[in-house]
Design a protein around this ligand. Structure first.
Ligand code: G3P
Ligand code: MG
Length: 354
């Protein structure tokens, strides 16, 4: 049904606009498609399953490699989604491979954070679960956590070859990456404070802080529960408040994802690769300029704020299926258009673009 070359078979006339879809609160809630998302996406393909309209997913979520996320979305939504169309909060971490390629780094979060980092090319990565398991009594509450699975064999990451790391307890951690939402805040805050306040050697003297990178800084997001859930930004506030009480210097960190304008530039660049140049020469691919790029999101301070900061050619569309539940437009971060759901957003775009 779907050609593997579908993206490069786009007719040039369809390349004057592209779409970036937020996922949580727009396409899915939890793992459930919402707002007519499957029908909306199907309209972007022709009858033979070839892509007509260039689009990407621009999500602050993550925890699995882009290829796995694409396969999950394909299954849930019934259209063929490629790994190259999935930009997650942690996707920019691959730009840091050169700096930390052979250094010991720690990956935090739900899903398979260490697999994500290994696939990006980091060679010496441990998940915080794996790392904590080397330190006896690092989490004094572990015995009360009845739900904790015993780490065995390749330590909780079936799809990843466990890095052979000699005695990680005596090796300095050179960077911490929060890849996705922390599952066990109490353990992770304790272990991260140990790493970050000692210069990367838990149990030792206070030292200078290794770099900390976060895939996003979302205070909250829309899951399956009726009201918003605390996100990575909330975890960051908790970690930061505690770190700043126990360390003479304030916590330094870098967060990626929306609303940073760089996330929108990445989306634009990926969309350019998705669209063939008007010339048929492949070397000209990526030179294309869009008249309009649509961001469809549910979170005013993240998706709409980001699209507004990114400026032209971005046009923001706010749905009412997630964080935003208002009648009118948002007061602080007004969108260019407010609609009930993603199906209405796509209908608007296709009508406007003829
Ligand atoms: O954890 C995911 C959440 O912070 C945001 O996901 O798809 O709404 O950008 P999304
Ligand atoms: Mg969202």
């Amino acid at each position: 049904l779907f050609s593997s070359h579908q993206i490069h078979s786009l007719p040039p006339e369809s390349a004057s606009f592209g779409i970036a879809f937020d996922i949580d609160g727009v396409i899915l809630r939890g793992n459930i498609p919402i707002g007519g998302s499957s029908r909306a996406l199907k309209r972007l393909y022709d009858d033979s399953g070839n892509l007509r309209i260039p689009y990407v997913f621009l999500t602050n979520g993550g925890g699995v490699p882009e290829s796995k996320r694409a396969a999950e979305l394909t299954k849930l939504l019934g259209v063929n989604i490629l790994a190259s169309q999935v930009i997650q909060g942690h996707s920019p971490f691959k730009q840091l491979v050169q700096r930390f390629e052979n250094e010991l780094i720690i990956a935090v979060g739900k899903g398979e954070p260490a697999t994500v980092m290994s696939e990006y090319g980091f060679k010496n990565v441990l998940s915080v679960d794996e790392y904590a398991s080397y330190f006896e009594n690092i989490d004094p509450l572990a015995q009360y956590k009845n739900w904790t699975k015993q780490l065995t064999g390749n330590r909780n990451s079936p799809s990843r070859e466990m890095a052979t790391i000699d005695d990680p307890c005596s090796q300095r951690v050179k960077a911490v990456f929060i890849v996705s939402d922390s599952v066990d805040w109490s353990r992770d805050i304790q272990v991260l404070c140990d790493i970050l306040s000692t210069g990367g050697l838990p149990g030792r003297e206070i030292g200078s802080q290794p770099p900390l990178y976060l895939a996003n800084d979302d205070l909250s997001y829309q899951g399956l529960f009726p009201t918003e859930r605390l996100g990575m930004g909330a975890f960051r506030i908790a970690l930061e408040s505690i770190f700043n009480r126990i360390h003479p210097n304030v916590l330094k960190y870098t967060s990626y994802g929306k609303p940073n304008p760089s996330a929108f530039r990445t989306a634009e660049n990926v969309l350019m690769q998705v669209v063939p140049s008007h010339s048929s020469h492949p070397e000209n691919r990526g030179q294309h300029t869009f008249k309009t790029l649509y961001m469809i999101g549910d979170n005013p301070s993240v998706d709409i704020n980001g699209a507004r900061q990114a400026g032209l050619p971005w046009f923001s569309i706010l749905t009412r299926t997630g964080v935003f539940k208002g009648e009118k437009d948002h007061a602080n971060y007004p969108a260019d258009l407010v609609v009930d759901n993603v199906e209405q957003a796509v209908a608007y775009i296709l009508r406007k673009e003829g």
